[in-house]
Design a protein around this ligand. Structure first.
Ligand code: NAD
Length: 313
């Protein structure tokens, strides 16, 4: 390729996608964990930037990016990118589609099991030398009701996996859930308030947008069935963390498992310190398989865009 397009990789991204871009003739520079100032300084040299969720691509970066054609998010969720600013400049924003859905769904099931059997707490106690057999009684997933809010790629996979535990599946989305999927998981649609009242486990799989910010809040969290468990592997901002704290302290919620936080790394320490909260550091998509698939999927999209659209413009 004469004058090969330059790609800046800003976060730790699986090498498979980087190799694919190099093989296609792109000039790839990797600066894992680039600082915001460094990005602002160098971004004008690149046609493509590849990021995960760590790098924030705000209006300032986009305005400094004189040659930028594509912002590629190696994962899903574009809340770290100012998509409106990109659109105004005609910059394409692309994501990985299905690549990380299974990994995130499996983490969700893992967290549901960990909550149900106090696995994290008992693991900590064992390591301190405490044998607490008999002190904590768990509960089983079998026969319980799971309420899934957001029935996209991750939510659907969670629904499929919960069938293995013979759970009753309730689903909520703002778009129509296809009849064949409802049949496949023996699920039924419920409005949010009804789903909150009926579920033993509530799990969130919505994107963070102005309309989902604090989707669970003081006005509806009290509707949750007393003693239910909550899992959030979507985005921290979809829950009002103060309302969640109160629900956990008052026993409205028996426990919560969080992979995502309104600010990352989280600053709301009092929430994380509760004994009935399990927390992981935003690892939903953090599997070997998902990272490899996501980097290949995004690299292929970049190659396709440059060969069919951008190169001809
Ligand atoms: P998706 O776009 O495939 O599905 C999201 C679904 O939420 C859609 O069906 C949409 O209609 C629905 N939705 C939107 N607003 C809603 C509302 N107000 N009420 C109910 N449903 C609503 O997205 P996905 O790939 O399934 O990802 C879901 C979420 O998980 C995203 O926030 C994504 O960023 C997050 N995620 C997190 C990790 C992680 O590492 N923890 C990994 C992957 C995805």
């Amino acid at each position: 390729m004469d004058n090969p397009p330059k790609v800046l990789v800003c976060d730790k991204i699986h090498k498979a996608g980087i190799e694919r871009l190099k093989d296609a003739g792109f000039k790839v520079t990797v600066v894992e964990e680039i600082s915001h100032d460094e990005l602002l300084n160098v971004v004008s040299e690149y046609e493509v930037i590849m990021v995960r969720s760590r790098t924030k691509v705000g209006r300032d970066v986009i305005e400094a990016a004189k040659n930028l054609r594509v912002i590629a998010r190696v994962g899903v969720g574009t809340d770290n990118i100012d998509v409106d600013a990109a659109r105004e400049r005609g910059i394409e924003v692309i994501c990985a589609g299905d690549a990380v859905a299974n990994a995130t769904a499996e983490l969700t099931i893992g967290l549901m099991l960990a909550l149900s059997r106090n696995i994290c707490l008992l693991n900590d106690e064992m390591k301190k030398g405490n044998w607490l057999k008999g002190k904590y009684e768990g509960v089983e997933l079998r026969g319980k009701t799971v309420g899934i809010i957001g029935v996209g790629r991750v939510g659907r996979r969670v629904a499929e996996l919960t069938r293995a535990f013979d759970m009753e599946v309730l689903l909520n989305d703002v778009v129509l859930i296809p009849e064949d999927f409802l049949k496949k998981v023996s699920g039924r649609f419920l409005p949010l308030s009804e789903l909150l009242k009926a579920s033993d486990y509530i799990t969130l799989h919505v994107p963070l947008t102005p309309s989902t910010r604090k989707l669970l809040n003081r006005d509806n969290i009290h509707l949750i069935k007393r003693g239910a468990f909550l899992v959030n592997t979507s985005r921290g901002g979809v829950i009002d963390e103060e309302a969640l704290y109160e629900a956990l302290v008052t026993g409205r919620l028996r426990g919560a498992a969080l992979d995502v936080y309104s600010v990352e790394p989280p600053v709301n320490k009092k929430l994380l310190e509760l004994p009935n909260v399990i927390c992981t550091p935003h690892i939903g998509a953090q599997t070997l398989e998902a990272q490899e698939k996501a980097s290949i999927e995004v690299a292929s999209k970049i190659i396709e865009l440059f060969s069919y659209t951008i190169a001809r413009s």
